[in-house]
Design a protein around this ligand. Structure first.
Ligand code: TYD
Length: 217
C-alpha cells in the first residue's frame, strides 16, 4: 500500500481533534491528497454503530458487546474507506483507531488482552498506522476542556475517574510497547507549539513511509 496512515489518540478532551484538523489544513495547503475520518464512524453503518455506543441510555451495555461494536464499526471503515484510500496513495488521518480499543476496552474495561488483540485483528486484518500521535493530558484539564465545549458527556465520558485513569496509563504503556510508531505529545503545551512539533514529526515519518510531502500540483 502506497499511502500514509496517521492516527490521533488520547483520553477524551485531550485536544487531538483540533490538531488532526490543523494537520489536515496543512495537507490541503500543500495539495496533498488526503482524507480525515473519525472512529467510531466514517461510514453510514459505522456512524449508526457510533450512536448505539455513545448513547447514555445504553448504560447496561456489557464490555464484550462494546468491544464487538467498536470492532464492527472499524471493520466497515477499514474496508469501505481507509484501505481503498491508502491503495490510491492518499494520506489518511484517523481520529482514533485500534489504540483506542486497547486503551479503553483493554485497560479501561480490563478485558482480556488476547480478546482485544483478536477483535483488533478481525477488524483491521492487520492494517497498522505508520504514525500515531498520543496526546497526553491530566484528567482534570481534560474534563475542564470537555466542559468548555458545552457538550454533555456521552456514555464513555460519563465513566468514573478510575476508568479514565486506567485509560491514560494504558495509552502511555501502549506508546512504550509500540515505540516505532508512537509519538507522545504534551497536550498542555500551546496549540501552536504542538502544531509545529506534529508537522516536524509528520515529515520525518512520511519520508520513512516513502510518502511524498512536497507540494503536489
Ligand atoms: P470521540 O469521537 O473521540 O468522542 P467525541 O466526539 O466526544 O470527541 O470518541 C468516542 C468515544 O469512544 C471516546 O470516549 C473513546 C471511545 N472509544 C472506545 O472506547 N474504543 C474505541 O475503539 C474507539 C474508537 C473509541
Amino acid at each position: 500500500m502506497s499511502g500514509f496512515f496517521i492516527t490521533f489518540e488520547g483520553i477524551d478532551g485531550c485536544g487531538k481533534t483540533t490538531q488532526a484538523q490543523i494537520l489536515m489544513k496543512n495537507f490541503s495547503a500543500l495539495n496533498i491528497d488526503h482524507l480525515y475520518v473519525r472512529e467510531p464512524g466514517g461510514t453510514t453503518i459505522s456512524e449508526n454503530i457510533r450512536t448505539l455506543l455513545l448513547d447514555n441510555a445504553h448504560a447496561i451495555m456489557g464490555a464484550r458487546t462494546e468491544l464487538l461494536l467498536f470492532a464492527a464499526a472499524r471493520a466497515q471503515i477499514v474496508d469501505e474507506v481507509i484501505t481503498p484510500a491508502l491503495q490510491l496513495g492518499k494520506a489518511v488521518i484517523c481520529d482514533r483507531y485500534t489504540d483506542s480499543t486497547a486503551a479503553f476496552q483493554g485497560y479501561g474495561r480490563e478485558l482480556d488482552y488476547n480478546l482485544i488483540q483478536s477483535a483488533i485483528q478481525l477488524a483491521t486484518q492487520g492494517l497498522e498506522p505508520h504514525l500515531t500521535f498520543l496526546f497526553d493530558l491530566d484528567l482534570d484539564t481534560a474534563k475542564q476542556r470537555r466542559n468548555n465545549t458545552g457538550k454533555l458527556d456521552d456514555r464513555l465520558e460519563s465513566e468514573e475517574i478510575a476508568f479514565h485513569q486506567r485509560v491514560r496509563k494504558g495509552y502511555l504503556q501502549l506508546a512504550r510497547d509500540h515505540a516505532h510508531r508512537f509519538v507522545v505529545i504534551d497536550a498542555l503545551k500551546p496549540v501552536e507549539t504542538q502544531e509545529k512539533e506534529i508537522w516536524k514529526i509528520t515529515q520525518i515519518f512520511a519520508k520513512r513511509a516513502g510518502f511524498e510531502l512536497e507540494e503536489s500540483r
